[in-house]
Design a protein. Structure first.
Length: 141
């Protein structure tokens, strides 16, 4: 069995609107209890952390496990929708931070920002652990 392979760098951006979990997309009203919504938000974040930690993304993983790893990771937590700068651009981490700071100041919003390799966050598990701790401290999950 021969699997043709190549070398490439891939980037993906993932947005998750935690405030929308357990809410009706039509009315904007809750459709589950707050406890159930928190449990669902917690499950979503933990699933994302597990997916990143286990490299459970990509094709053919049931038959072929290519060599790879996460080389950069940026996580932002905002009150309103926000997308990090695309990771295909050099300096996307700093560009994202500048954009976040401007928006937070303009709209008087809180935010959190985590970057792999900075502030003691040496692995993506450190990043997701900090994210989970922050969301727990805000009673979101």
């Amino acid at each position: 069995y021969y699997v043709e392979t190549g070398t490439a760098i891939y980037a993906f951006t993932f947005n998750l609107d935690l405030k929308a979990i357990g809410m009706s997309a039509i009315s904007g009203k809750p459709i589950v209890s707050e406890d159930e919504a928190k449990a669902r938000r917690r499950a979503a974040i933990r699933s994302l952390a597990r997916m990143l930690s286990s490299s459970q993304f990509g094709a053919k993983l049931s038959r072929f496990l290519p060599l790879g790893g996460i080389t950069s990771l940026v996580v932002s937590v905002t009150e309103k929708p926000f997308t990090v700068t695309s990771p295909i651009y050099e300096g996307f981490e700093d560009n994202t931070m500048k954009r976040l700071e401007k928006l937070a100041k303009e709209f008087n919003e809180e935010y959190q920002y985590y970057v792999l390799g900075r502030d003691g966050l040496e692995t993506h598990e450190h990043v997701t652990s900090q994210l989970i701790q922050y969301l727990k401290s805000k009673n979101i999950i």
